[in-house]
Ligand binder design. Structure first.
Ligand code: FMN
Ligand code: SF4
Length: 412
């Protein structure tokens, strides 16, 4: 097990104190970066192998390079702090416990890609995170880490904070841009990708909070150090949100080589006595189920793929044997029907039909052909939806069916 990196300061410093942050290596990475050329910083992030922690695992350096290459100005850096995936609460811990790290990482990102302005889009319910971030931004500005001529250099960059209003889909990057622009949060067709036409139609770098939190450490300790942690396909530390039937639910930092069992039974203290694992929902509502037999699987993307489970945002929900699993599926189906923005028909209609069928199956009153219909709707949503919400809305339900975690009632 590694000593905490991303969580190193959390709980050990006063998150409102710049002096505390500076005493724990804070803003040293920014000072180093300002002495390098922007291309060198992009190269460093590429060499680290860092992949996005918001769920899609996109290579971060490739994205940074694509924005850096865009000649159009202005460019923006956006921090996705919407954290809307059910069961995910890792970004909250970073935002509340180490807000200056997010600010430092965004300034570094701005310098590397040639952006002059940054936005942090914070989940509406995260009041404490919002207050601490707001304070961190104004304190950093007063100290010369933000604003014009940062630390006496030619580089100027500032940050604005925007709050979400409770829509899951506003965590999707293009819906998030629409929301910042003051419009209804609905995803855009891609391409064009944000790197080309993002916020206000300009080249935009958007990264998750945890992705950004890795950046100052990569600069300070180097890409080779970062690659030594984790797996070749997923280097660096990872935060996991363990919830449900465990003795110590919480956010745990570990390399992805840790197994589900080590995380659940070791770090999270296992299940309360007398309870057994029935299933584990990995990756949140958009994720899929692992079975008790699959608990020795490492949390590397490759190993998880082999059991049909996405790592996603790192949510691990442990469900014990007493929970009626159809009830969990009913809630997942209702969640997607409720959160679908309605822009495209496969998802607008599909999530509702899926919910109705799951309700019937959960009640033990299916109509003939319901399971086939469910599979048909799932395939249509996966193939034809505009955004990841519709594309993943059936994953958990299908995986429970395919792994035999629920029994299918026979029509009367
Ligand atoms: C429905 C939906 C919700 C999402 N919610 C979030 C979220 O809350 N936070 C986040 O960082 N990414 C979220 N994403 C992923 C973002 O679209 C985007 O991939 C991410 O912010 C990119 O940052 P990264 O490369 O650092 O992971 C969501 C995607 C979808 C389809
Ligand atoms: S897939 Fe769903 S959430 Fe995404 S654009 Fe279509 S209707 Fe909206």
């Amino acid at each position: 097990m590694i000593a905490p990196i991303l969580l190193r300061r959390v709980g050990h410093i006063d998150p409102e104190s710049l002096a505390d942050y500076e005493a724990y290596e804070g803003f040293r990475a920014l000072r180093q970066v300002l002495m390098r050329r922007p291309e060198q910083v992009v190269e460093m992030v590429k060499a680290s192998g860092l992949r996005g922690r918001g769920g899609a695992l996109f290579p971060t350096g490739v994205k940074w390079e694509a924005v850096a290459r865009q000649p159009r100005r202005p460019k923006y850096v956006v921090c996705n702090a919407d954290e809307s995936e059910p069961g995910t609460f890792k970004d909250r811990v970073l935002l509340e416990g180490d807000p200056f790290a997010v600010v430092e990482a965004m300034v570094i990102a701005g310098y590397a890609v040639g952006a002059s302005k940054g936005y942090i889009y914070v989940r509406g319910e995260y009041h404490r995170a919002y207050t601490r971030l707001s304070r961190a931004v104004s304190v950093a500005r007063e100290a010369g880490y933000l604003g014009t001529h940062i630390l006496g250099s030619d580089f100027s960059f500032d940050i604005e904070i925007r709050r979400g209003a409770g829509a899951y889909v506003c965590g999707e990057e293009t819906a998030l841009f629409e929301s910042i622009e003051g419009k209804r949060g609905m995803p855009r067709q891609k391409p064009p990708f944000p790197t080309e036409q993002g916020l206000f139609g300009q080249p935009t770098l958007i990264n998750n909070v945890e992705t950004l939190a890795c950046i100052p450490w990569i600069v300070r300790s180097g890409p080779a150090w970062f690659r030594e942690i984790g797996s070749p396909a997923m280097p660096g530390p990872k935060l996991f949100c363990v919830s449900g039937a465990v003795q110590r639910p919480g956010v745990y930092e570990a390399p992805v080589t840790i197994t589900l069992r080590e995380l659940i039974e070791g770090m999270a203290g296992g299940l309360p006595s007398g309870q057994e694992v029935q299933a584990i929902l990995v990756g949140g509502a958009a994720g899929a189920f692992a079975t008790p037999e699959e608990m020795d699987t490492p949390l590397t993307p490759e190993a998880l793929q082999a059991i049909g489970v996405p790592l996603g945002s790192g949510a691990i929900m442990v469900i014990d044997h007493r929970v009626p699993l159809w009830e969990v599926l009913r809630r997942v189906a209702r969640f997607f029907a409720h959160e679908s923005c309605g822009k495209c028909y496969p998802c607008q209609l599909g999530t509702y039909r899926q919910w109705e069928i799951v309700e019937r199956l959960a009640r033990g009153e299916p109509l003939p052909g319901d399971v086939e219909r469910l599979r048909d709707i799932a395939a249509t949503m996966a193939d034809a939806s505009i955004c990841g919400l519709g594309q993943t809305a059936a994953n958990a339900i299908l995986s429970a069916l395919e792994k035999g975690l629920v029994s299918v009632p026979t029509p009367a």
